[in-house]
Design a protein around this ligand. Sequence first.
Ligand code: SAM
Ligand code: SF4
Length: 329
Amino acid sequence: MIDPFGRSISYLRVSVTDRCDLRCVYCMSENMTFLPKKDLLSLEELDRLCSAFVEIGVRKLRITGGEPLVRRNIIELFNNLGRHLKTGALSELTLTTNGTQLPAYAEQLVKAGVKRINISLDSLDAQRFKDITRWGNHAQVMDGIRAAKAAGLKIKINIVAMRDVNEDEFNDFVAWCGQEGFDLVFIETMPMGEIDGDRTAQYLPLSLVRAKLAQRWTLDPIPDTTGGPARYTRVKETGGRVGFITPMTHNFCESCNRVRLTCTGTLYMCLGQEDAADLRAPLRASESDELLTAAIREAITRKPKGHDFVIDRTHKRPAVARHMSVTGG
Ligand code: SAM
Ligand code: SF4
């Protein structure tokens, strides 16, 4: 699949639920209205959709949410999608999770063929973790991280950099991830969906984060091999990798190889744009995949050149109305 700007689309991110067991302050408001369960695609439908994408060139699948591991029987989807790894059609099956359910799921994920996972963690301090996630139990997530490591999963920690919230912990994160053998990726807050607070107050440009880290650590840039939005460095003192995802300050769109599917079958061609394609209707219209594949191909022709995110005090509303938990980040 090649889009109008010559980018090859080989990466699909799938949000399997908009629900979550946490309420991170930058992501959700405390009282969220979630989709009625009847509107969700079934696990069988999600499998069919993902498989149609794999059939026409997707090589990497990331399952996300909301919190993907709170969806009932989600391991069945992983087990079924694992068949594409066995045939070689898919090169990677992975997920992004808040880690709360990993004590129960880590080993099963490995059995399904998952090798690496992204775990989101914004603080190493239990009380602060609770303040950021509103409902989270830090010990439970740390147990999840240990379980993932023990099961043999390679771990990347995602941390959202927030001014005056967790910026005093960044050095600790670099040291801890270095010790544990985890990659660490810093993310900027993005203006997606209504939340209870003010995002402009939390926004911390990663150029500042990086400059501050460089006072303590030697960060050697590593050539980009992922094609993704993170720019990686090697920390000389720990040997670990630290990456920066800077949607606000750096335009990463020219190398974008991904599209995003919601749990209701809506395909977003860009995280930062409203244009979307409904794949549920063609999915349900026939048992064969012809209509579905045609709808996917048509959607790819509409992939925009880039996003228009802006965070400043003159924009009172989020740049994109939907929450990150709908498209899965
Ligand atoms: N619940 C899972 C988790 O937290 O990892 C998966 C979904 S979550 C939406 C995916 C990632 O998006 C997390 O790393 C989270 O920190 C990040 N995220 C959510 N809302 C964001 C926002 N407004 N700006 C930047 N990152 C955000
Ligand atoms: Fe849930 Fe992930 Fe959003 Fe936090 S960032 S509220 S864990 S979906």
